[in-house]
Write a protein that binds this ligand. Structure first.
Ligand code: 5GP
Length: 114
């Protein structure tokens, strides 16, 4: 069985992190190491998909739910403009293999996320 990811452990309350928003199948937290004034992570509750390519192929409705949650969070936490980043694969800086979207707003990051 796959080990629970850090995000699953946050969702289960095993690692402290405030869940700032939640939908039926997704939740959002603040990134522990922010790369922009607003840096949130939008995460499916399931860890069945390691990256956005797998998610797009396996459950496009869940991908749309993530984007919808990201948009509403950007409206709430910033002026509505935002960057949505899915690091996909270790060579692209992905470190947690439980698909998640970085929501970045309030100023462009100085470097790429990861
Ligand atoms: P990746 O590098 O996989 O695209 O993004 C993983 C992100 O998760 C990183 O930006 C990292 O700062 C964040 N992260 C890792 N562990 C924790 C944690 O325990 N709590 C929170 N809030 N964020 C975390």
């Amino acid at each position: 069985m796959t080990e629970p990811s850090v995000f699953t452990r946050i969702l289960n309350g095993e690692i402290p992190s405030e869940i700032i928003a939640e939908t039926e199948h997704a939740f959002a937290i603040r990134d522990i190491a922010p790369q922009a004034p607003v840096h949130l992570l939008v995460i499916p509750k399931t860890q069945d998909y390691r990256n956005v390519a797998e998610l797009a192929a396996g459950d496009p409705a869940l991908l749309a739910e993530l984007v919808g949650l990201a948009s509403s969070l950007a409206a709430e936490h910033a002026e509505g403009d935002f960057r949505l980043v899915f690091n996909t694969g270790p060579d692209a800086g992905q470190t947690v293999f439980h698909v998640h979207a970085h929501v970045l707003a309030g100023g462009l990051p100085e470097s790429s996320v990861g």
